[in-house]
Design a protein around this ligand. Structure first.
Ligand code: EPU
Length: 340
């Protein structure tokens, strides 16, 4: 199987931020065999490698010197099923929302709260995607990856993935060492549906829905997301650009004496999470714009690209947001987006 390497490829349509970004080399990966060949090629030619899944959580520089791998490994298998649960094995290149749609159609419970998250299945474990009261770690059983040095295929169990808030082993010890190729999920057929997240509960209440079905949660999540987050087909973004900072509760209590309406979420072990969107809203504002880059007019945590900018300009705007928040609140925001 001979690998095809393309040269000087524009990647703007491969990321949801949509900034102009040229890659020196690009290879399209549809199997683990081609993935291994791509790594062998990069080693032989001594070039760096960057992996792109759905491109929904990455900010590219205007020129990438090296080989970009576009992961398109497809597979949707039911590997085990009984009356209570189903186990699925899904290729990293499958579209996340299409997977969610399929599970909802089948009545397999769990992923409906994660509807409409842009990106691919392979990217989901990396930052442990989460929304509306659910984090994907709850439903993942195993992840298969290729080790970038040994080119071996390894399975890693959920317990070893070291999942945390928008975090996992793939952002830590295995950063740049593992390319996810498959993800296994175990979904219950008769579990309780999760409708406790505040904005979701309000939305359902307004619709007069007391005991939502899985399909109603799925529809509600889609509508809430569409009202709060930009459609990446028409406006460039990576969803939330920063993480919600986790701070010692004492520090948050002091903050509350100056800003009583700051939005917070109590966490275990004396820590409190602060809504980064609220901080940015106060320090910068929604719909604030510098040239072609700004905050979204419905959600200040989302940085949007109005077209024609490059990654460096988006990066500059993110630095500006960080410094405004730091000046006003003494809090340093950490990017959720992977900045290359
Ligand atoms: N808020 C403001 N102004 C803003 C934005 C938010 O005051 O401009 C306040 C809101 O009023 C709300 C609070 O901040 O009380 C939290 O806002 P929201 O419910 O929109 O959630 P979030 O914490 O900003 C997180 C995730 C989203 C996920 C939503 C819903 C992170 C970094 N972001 O956002 O995930 O969809 O909760 O569960 O944890 C993503 O990761 O890309 C993403 C979109």
């Amino acid at each position: 199987m001979a690998i095809t390497i393309e040269q000087q490829v524009q990647l703007s349509s491969h990321t949801t931020m949509g900034v102009s970004a040229i890659a020196q080399y690009v290879a399209r990966i549809d199997s683990v065999e081609v993935l291994a060949e791509a790594f062998a090629w990069a080693k032989k030619n001594k070039v760096a490698v960057l992996v792109l899944g759905g491109g929904s959580n990455v900010l590219l520089p205007s020129y990438y010197e090296g080989l970009v791998l576009l992961i398109g490994i497809k597979e949707k298998l039911i590997i085990h099923e009984n009356e209570h649960t189903v186990e699925l094995e899904i290729g990293a290149g499958e579209n996340w929302h299409e997977l969610v749609e399929w599970t909802v159609e089948k009545g397999w419970i769990g992923l409906e709260n994660l509807a409409l998250i842009p990106g691919s299945v392979g990217a989901a474990p990396i930052q442990n995607i989460g929304a509306y009261g659910v984090e994907v770690e709850e439903y993942i059983t195993k992840v298969q990856y290729m080790h970038t040095e040994s080119l071996e295929l390894c399975w890693i169990d959920r317990e070893e993935c070291d999942f945390g808030y928008r975090n996992s082993i793939f952002k830590k010890e295995l950063k740049a060492k593992a390319i996810i190729v498959k993800v296994r999920f175990k979904l219950p057929k008769d579990a309780q549906i999760k409708a406790d997240y505040e904005s979701l509960r309000h939305f359902l209440m307004h619709q007069g829905i007391d005991e939502p079905s899985q399909q109603q949660i799925f529809n509600a999540v889609i509508q809430v997301r569409q009202s709060r987050l930009p459609d990446t087909q028409t406006l460039g973004s990576c969803g939330s650009f920063f993480k919600n900072p986790l701070l010692p509760t004492e520090q948050v209590d002091r903050l509350k004496t100056h800003f009583p309406d700051v939005k917070t979420y109590p966490m275990p072990d004396g820590y409190t999470k602060v809504a980064a969107g609220w901080l940015i809203d106060k320090a910068v504002g929604k719909g604030f714009r510098k040239g072609q880059v700004g905050t979204y007019d419905q959600q200040a945590l989302v940085i949007v690209h109005h077209g024609g900018a490059n990654g460096d300009q988006v990066h500059e705007f993110a630095d500006f947001v960080q410094s405004e928040v730091s000046d006003m609140f003494g809090i340093s925001l950490e990017a959720e987006v992977q900045i290359i």
